[in-house]
Ligand binder design. Structure first.
Ligand SMILES: Cc1cc2nc3c(=O)[nH]c(=O)nc-3n(C[C@H](O)[C@H](O)[C@H](O)COP(=O)(O)OP(=O)(O)OC[C@H]3O[C@@H](n4cnc5c(N)ncnc54)[C@H](O)[C@@H]3O)c2cc1C
Length: 440
């Protein structure tokens, strides 16, 4: 039997205030709650776990507020790597054999979406509109939530083995330049003056000053949710299962504990959003792109500036919990057991990247984690109104850039839910863009 579990009078509200239910309290749900409350709406968050805890991708990411991360995950010619992805289960990008048939349509779209450089440029333009000013937007939000100390503005560093390696990536950097992104190039002495603990094999660096980083993404997410609660939001610890829609108008969100009556809903369930999107009338291409981290809890060497290593595609960031190395892409079912050998690879890489780390830093000094990036094949999130009811907002699929893009996503969600014109064009992010062609 369905019970109505929510209909409480909220705090005094602005005129035309609506009750908005947000499904999922990861960073996208938390930032949406922040902005909806700013817009005078009444908010309920539905989350089966603890907000910002280990079940969320938002817990364990690399903390990069990388407003320059505008390139899609695939690139022209990357299809040649597919046999390698299948043959090497422990490579930086791998597809589990038994999941391959299921993932195939997504993989085909993934390759097709970045087949040519003009396509990549269009994606970069769209992502830039979402990511621009991200570090400043996060600073403002963190200050308001009382956790300004979690956001740092030291820029972000890319470390290359040599200038030649950087030049091999010239096309990608040219696309960034076209989007107005500026950087500083560092020769070996400057790089090592900035990062004295770095492996001397790295002799060239690129510093992107407009960016920032988060010292504890899980705590940041949790703080935004606590802030929302202090402004009258309710958190219900349950799972959303669908919607009650009557004549195109949303009446309630269905949960495993009953109905939650509401005027609007936001799907912010990360990698698990697909079934809810379908219940809202839209089929979307969404995979869980699993990633891992290893944290050395008491590091004796560290990264002064969060650093991406171009050759091994990992990010190292000194966080509240210790020295975190994050990376790896594994296409596998969301609920498949983690392959901890991947996190062990990250652990071993960390030891070589910072040779000052004691050789006896054993496995017991590391904390390992696996997370699920909510990934669309074209690297663009789904942001827009649902086909089944214009009262439902899609807000998921942020893949590798969910933390950095969450600040503007929250604003866009509030604009969509309150009927305002979105501050950027949402055409490239249309949740309906996958509805032609093959499905999985
Ligand atoms: C290793 C790694 C490194 C990364 N590094 C970065 C980085 O440096 N910078 C960056 O910008 N991004 C990074 N990302 C990506 C980023 O973490 C994600 O894009 C982002 O966290 C997605 O946020 P989300 O709120 O959509 O999803 P999540 O954080 O996964 O939150 C979704 C929430 O929805 C809840 N939920 C699921 N189903 C339901 C349901 N039916 N009902 C109610 N609630 C539900 C879940 O419990 C969860 O708490 C990284 C990811 C990984 C894995």
């Amino acid at each position: 039997m369905i019970t109505e579990i929510y209909d409480r009078p909220g705090k005094p509200l602005m005129q035309n205030s609506q009750h908005v239910v947000i499904i999922g309290a990861g960073i996208i749900g938390a930032a949406s709650a922040f902005q909806l409350l700013e817009a005078g709406q009444r908010v309920t968050l539905i989350e089966p776990g603890v907000p910002g805890d280990e079940q969320a991708s938002s817990y364990g990411n690399a903390g990069w507020l990388s407003s320059h991360s505008v390139l899609p995950p695939a690139s022209p010619g990357v299809w040649m790597q597919v046999p390698k992805w299948l043959a090497d289960p422990l490579g930086p990008l791998a597809v589990r054999w038994k999941y391959f048939p299921k993932a195939l349509p997504w993989l085909v779209r993934y390759l097709a979406a970045a087949w040519t450089y003009p396509q990549v440029e269009r994606t970069a333009q769209a992502l830039r509109s979402l990511l621009k000013d991200a570090a400043t937007l996060h600073q403002t939000m963190a200050e308001r939530a009382g956790v300004a100390d979690l956001i740092e503005r030291r820029g972000l560093l890319h470390a290359f083995l040599s200038r030649t390696h950087f030049e091999q990536d010239a096309k990608a950097w040219a696309i960034r330049k076209k989007e107005g992104i500026q950087w500083q190039e560092l020769d070996a002495p400057t790089l090592h003056a900035l990062e004295p603990d770095l492996d001397p094999r790295y002799t060239f660096g690129v510093l992107v000053p407009e960016t920032g980083s988060c010292r504890n993404p899980g705590a940041y997410t949790a703080a935004l949710v606590r802030h929302a609660q202090s402004r009258g939001a309710t958190v219900l610890q349950t799972q959303a299962t669908g919607f009650r829609i009557e004549e195109g108008r949303l009446k309630a969100v269905l949960t495993s504990q009953g109905e939650v009556l509401c005027d609007r809903a936001v799907i912010a369930a990360g990698a698990r959003a697909k079934a809810l999107a379908l219940a809202a009338g839209d089929w979307v291409s969404l995979e869980s792109e699993r990633g891992y981290h290893a944290v050395l809890t008491s590091p004796k060497a560290f990264a002064r500036v969060p650093t991406m290593f171009a050759d091994c595609k990992v990010i190292v960031n000194t966080m509240e919990q210790g020295l975190r190395v994050a990376g790896q892409v594994e296409i596998a079912a969301a609920d498949d057991i983690p392959d901890w050998r991947r996190a062990e690879i990250l652990r071993a890489q960390l030891m070589t990247l910072y040779p000052g780390l004691p050789r006896d830093s054993g496995a017991d000094q590391f904390k390992l984690w696996m997370g699920r990036r909510p990934s669309t094949p074209d690297g663009l999130p789904c942001l827009g109104l649902a086909t089944g009811s214009r009262d439902i907002v899609h807000a998921y699929g942020h893949g590798h850039v969910g933390l950095v893009s969450s600040a503007r996503t929250g604003r866009l969600v509030a604009q969509l839910a309150t009927g305002q014109k979105p501050e950027i064009s949402l055409k490239p992010f249309s949740p309906q863009r996958f509805q032609s062609g093959f499905n999985n």
